[in-house]
Design a protein around this ligand. Structure first.
Ligand code: FES
Length: 381
């Protein structure tokens, strides 16, 4: 039984349509937002107040938040993330986290889990672990992201590094449920040779080990390999031959530290794996891989009337440069997700590190946190 959503999706769609017709907003809440904020300044129509059910330690530097999302939360696909917003010392802070439990778990229990690595010097991750208790309220956005399993019939190769296991925990949980359903229907579907290659820097750093072993029992064709990277080295061609000889036929999902993803991308390219087969997600900002012209570029921040030059030896995003120039840019996730850093480019060419595309020379909106100067620029900031 789906305990998570008590409201009828058809009714919700109808209400949303009605709100758009009458108010030109996606909900009545969004229309009345400015009025409600007069009484409750931090209220936002797109944030859903949700309850903490439990804070569960997973390892010395990792914990899971078990959350019962608000009934208006619309569910998710395995692999997606959401924005969690909390009030800390009077200031609202937001971070994006991957949902590490499966959609079928949400359908059964009405709960989701966010498994969070404690960042030593982070402002939020250690604080959440200490401040939240059963019954605490946090604000959630709807889930988003396209790091999700496709519908095609190919086997899946999942390559995880450290806490990059979280979306795969959700995906494998979902595959187990699909397998159960297929067994019930007695159609034998779902028995594909999926593979998980899980890298960690030592054996005690593997997360959810017992649970991953149990997935193997439920998905007989699943191969799970725990690879201690200190002893066995990092992802390479030999590992692929050893653990997933059918890599050419797989949809490949990579999640982990940035250097692992960059390395994995290069490895797959060297093996002539089709780009369409490769899916990846960076935790945090995507590192800059950009070969500029070799000349330093000048950026003019028009409104602040400030200038800064790029340093080709240490490429920086436009957000970092705007901060260095003290132009007080607005930012949030610093990873191209929240769109808070959008700025008008008046002229010049930028390189988008996420899409790996160059812009045109004319005026357009850009996201500062994932953009690098590829020529002299004028920004409306
Ligand atoms: S800071 Fe979130 S998209 Fe740039």
């Amino acid at each position: 039984m789906n305990t998570a959503k008590s409201s009828d999706p058809l009714l919700q769609t109808g209400l949303s349509w009605l709100a758009r017709q009458i108010t030109n907003h996606s909900s009545f809440g969004a229309y009345f937002e400015p009025l409600i904020q007069l009484i409750q300044p931090q209220w936002r129509s797109d944030r859903l107040r949700s309850k903490i059910v439990m804070v569960r330690p997973e390892s010395h530097d990792m914990y899971s938040l078990v959350i019962k999302p608000h009934r208006s939360w619309s569910g998710f696909k395995a692999g997606q993330h959401l924005e969690l917003t909390v009030e800390k010392n009077g200031a609202w802070m937001s971070r994006f986290f991957t949902i590490s439990s499966s959609p079928s778990h949400y359908k059964k229990t009405g709960q989701i889990e966010l498994s969070i690595q404690i960042q030593d010097k982070g402002q939020i991750t250690p604080w959440l672990n200490n401040a939240l208790i059963k019954g605490s309220v946090v604000n959630l956005s709807q889930a988003s992201g396209d790091f999700c399993m496709g519908q095609d019939e190919s086997p899946i190769l999942m390559i995880a590094g450290g806490s990059g296991i979280t979306p795969f925990r959700a995906m494998l949980g979902e595959l187990c449920q699909q397998q159960k359903n297929a067994r019930k229907a007695n159609n034998g579907a779902g028995v594909k040779a999926h593979t998980l290659m899980y890298y960690a820097r030592s054996s005690e750093h593997f997360l959810f080990k017992q649970e991953l072993e149990q997935f193997k029992e439920q998905l007989p064709a699943l191969q799970v390999h725990f690879i201690d990277s200190r002893e066995n080295g990092f992802l390479n061609e030999q590992h692929l031959n050893q653990y997933c000889a059918h890599v050419n036929n797989c949809q490949i999902y990579l999640c982990g530290p940035a250097n692992m993803i960059i390395h994995g991308r290069k490895l797959m390219a060297s093996l002539n794996i089709n780009k369409q087969q490769l899916h990846y997600e960076f935790f945090g900002p995507e590192p800059i891989e950009f070969e500029g012209s070799g000349d330093a570029n000048t950026i003019l921040f028009k409104r602040s009337n400030k200038k800064i030059s790029t340093d080709n030896a240490a490429p920086a995003t436009l957000l970092e440069l705007a901060e260095q120039a003290n132009t007080n840019p607005v930012s949030g996730c610093r990873a191209g997700i929240c769109h808070q850093c959008i700025c008008q480019k008046k002229s010049g060419v930028v390189y988008n590190t996420k899409t790996q595309q160059y812009s045109d020379t004319g005026a357009q909106e850009i996201q500062l946190c994932i953009s690098v100067a590829a020529s002299d620029l004028v920004l409306e900031l």
